[in-house]
Design a protein around this ligand. Structure first.
Ligand code: AVJ
Length: 322
């Protein structure tokens, strides 16, 4: 338990997650969702511009090139909820195509107020859009949107950027089933999934030569210092990207370059790191098209259409709730 006196509700859950993740006897872990404070969200935005990180551009090509086709397969009018809107840049074209057809309510759901603000700036001027940002965890936010839906009006859920890949497969299956349980038959999910590609290409995308991804990863320790009165010396940790061929995922770790003991005051914690010991901060699973079809079936959706970028293997999948 974390003493709750001087901590905000957010700090309490951040502190509790840090305490659990860093007190493990085996592999230490921190949840990847904490990578996205103001600094982290901006660093991620820079990552998407790196030549080595083709994922976001691939998705933008698909959404730009096929917006009309995607929209044609959806009912009108509908309500749009986006899980993890990020900067909103990729979504803009799709929202424009929807709003031209019919005035559309758009609910970006984000635990990062910084990302929510970026998103509002990016799509705020679209004609006939009404934006209602929700600062919540994905499924809490979606439950709220689903509860407020007008009778019979279908929902389109956007879950882009292969964020699903941050979950390990059982957690992803769970998440998709829970998401499905908040929907009604005929509702749609547009799901972005990064596909398998050669290992050196994947590794370069998560360990770029100018160190933006390293900064993005290390910022998690900086954030613990800033928000939880941690005492990490960031120079004593290294960014590591690894590919696990069995699990078909790239992992980011922070590796302690010496034996050290670190106090984190607001988490009531003092942690020992051995030299070379790592904190696992993120996984990004890479999928085959067959994986995606299986995920749809096992969570109560049918795959209505799949668009694939061949320059950077990536699939945009339109699923319909059954
Ligand atoms: C935004 C979660 C999809 O996993 O590729 C980028 C985050 N991490 N570089 C990903 C990320 C390292 C990204 N997602």
């Amino acid at each position: 338990m974390i003493a709750s006196r001087e901590l905000t509700i957010f700090e309490q859950s951040f502190a509790a997650d840090v305490q659990v993740g860093l007190s493990r006897s085996g592999q230490k872990e921190l949840p990847s969702k904490y990578l996205y404070d103001t600094v982290g969200s901006r660093l991620f935005d820079v990552i998407t511009a790196l030549p080595e990180y083709g994922l976001t551009r691939a998705e933008e090509r698909i959404l730009r090139g096929h917006a009309a086709e995607i929209v044609a397969r959806l009912q009108a009018p509908l309500t749009v909820a986006e899980l993890g809107s990020g900067s909103g840049q990729k979504t803009r074209g799709l929202l424009e195509a929807l709003c031209v057809r019919h005035p559309t309510a758009y609910y970006p759901i984000e635990i990062s107020p910084a990302a929510l603000a970026m998103c509002r700036r990016e799509v705020g001027d679209i004609q006939a859009i009404s934006i209602l940002g929700l600062e919540r965890d994905y499924l809490d936010g979606l439950a709220e949107v689903a509860a407020a839906r007008r009778h019979g009006k279908p929902l389109l859920v956007l879950f882009l950027g292969s964020t699903i890949g941050n979950f390990d497969p059982p957690a992803a299956a769970n998440f998709l089933q829970e998401l499905r349980s908040l929907l009604q038959p005929g509702d749609a999910l547009l799901l972005g999934t990064d596909l398998e590609k050669p290992v050196p290409v994947v590794l370069a995308a998560y360990d770029d030569p100018i160190g933006v991804t390293a900064a993005f990863n290390l910022n998690l320790l900086g954030r613990i210092n800033r928000e939880l009165d941690g005492h990490f010396d960031l120079a004593e940790f290294d960014h590591v990207a690894r590919f696990d061929p069995t699990a078909r995922r790239v992992e980011m770790h922070l590796r302690s370059n010496r034996r050290q003991r670190i106090a984190i005051e607001k988490a009531d914690l003092s942690v020992t790191f051995e030299e070379g010991e790592t904190i696992w901060t993120e996984s990004s699973h890479k999928y085959s098209l067959a994986d995606v079809l299986r995920m749809a079936q096992s969570s109560g959706f049918r795959c209505e259409a799949q668009w694939v970028d061949h320059e950077w293997p990536f699939a945009e999948n339109l699923w319909i709730a059954e």
